[in-house]
Ligand binder design. Structure first.
Ligand code: RP5
Length: 292
């Protein structure tokens, strides 16, 4: 894990990473989530009737590293895990009676690991690339359309075993979009929990998100090519509709990115460009508040 600036864990209300998709959405192969009312989400609230279905994907079981020497998943039997994760970007982790790490955001309505290979945090990296489209004047992000659910997303992916996260950022960007950029020079936007529809009570996504803003000239020279996990890649204009439709916590990550640009103006954007972004942030925030 990279060292973390604690300020990156603070979420301003407008960009808070909440725990909604992990309670209300799921991949099609998951069983229905046990309904968890808002007041029963925290583990320290009594919920005696809580009976979440146990689910672990056959793909994860086939990659159990205690049975398959090339497997990428933890042993299904947690007793065989050499080290149970005790902390993550989210802080110190609690465990249930069986010794399984508990989701730091609370109950999700599904126990086990679902589609995630690791007990506890499953680390990803999200390269956020933006530009301003000279013709429309709109801010755009480099986005992929995911094959698993068709949603537009930041071209992120999982950190490989032993891999530096800055390497993951550049590798995933190249694999998913064909673009090569020095992500180690990116501005750190966020490190922490992701509200991913795959999350369960015992396995969840956490990410490191870094941002690069490109000039129009540089971005136009790039040859975009959708990689294995992507059915399409494009410069996605950032509008209320496109941002609210992004995968997992990616809307909140883009809000954080744009807020940083509006407040510090590190890329010397014009007053008009900053105003357009500030207005967009206001409308997206209002819509998110009215939905939650
Ligand atoms: C999200 O899942 C992360 O923010 C990251 O973008 C992504 C990684 O998972 P895969 O794209 O590898 O499925 O939670």
């Amino acid at each position: 894990m990279d060292s973390t600036d604690p300020r990156l864990r603070d979420s301003s209300p407008r960009s808070q990473i909440v725990h909604n998709k992990a309670r209300r959405e799921k991949p099609s192969e998951y069983p229905d989530r046990y309904p968890v009312p808002d007041d029963k989400v925290p583990w320290n609230c009594e919920f005696p009737g809580y009976r979440p279905p146990y689910y672990v994907s056959p793909i994860v079981l086939a990659n159990d590293c205690s049975k398959n020497p090339n497997g990428w998943a933890d042993p299904e039997d947690i007793v065989l895990l050499p080290l149970i994760p005790k902390e993550s970007f989210a802080g110190v982790l609690s465990q249930d009676k069986a010794g399984r790490p508990l989701n730091p955001q609370g109950r999700t309505g599904v126990s086990g690991r679902g589609l995630l290979g690791k007990w506890g945090p499953n680390f990803a990296a999200d390269p956020i690339i933006t530009r301003i489209n000279k013709e429309s004047g709109l801010m755009e992000m480099l986005a992929i359309q995911r094959k698993d659910n068709g949603q537009w997303a930041i071209p992120g992916g999982m950190v490989d075993k032993g891999e530096e996260v800055s390497r993951t950022l550049s590798r995933e960007l190249q694999e998913e979009t064909g673009v090569v950029l020095p992500m180690d020079q990116g501005r750190m936007v966020y490190q922490g929990y992701v509200d991913d529809p795959r999350n369960t009570d015992h396995a969840w996504m956490e990410t490191t998100a870094k941002h690069l803003h490109l000039s129009g000239e540089l971005s136009e020279r790039m040859n975009l090519q959708a990689g294995d996990d992507a059915q399409a890649v494009r410069w996605l204009p950032l509008t209320q509709e496109s941002m609210l439709g992004l995968y997992a916590s990616h809307c909140a990550l883009i809000i954080k990115t744009l807020s940083g640009m509006v407040h510090n103006n590190p890329f010397a954007l014009s007053v008009k460009e900053l105003e357009t972004m500030a207005n967009l942030l206001d409308t997206v925030e209002n819509e998110r508040n009215s939905c939650s």
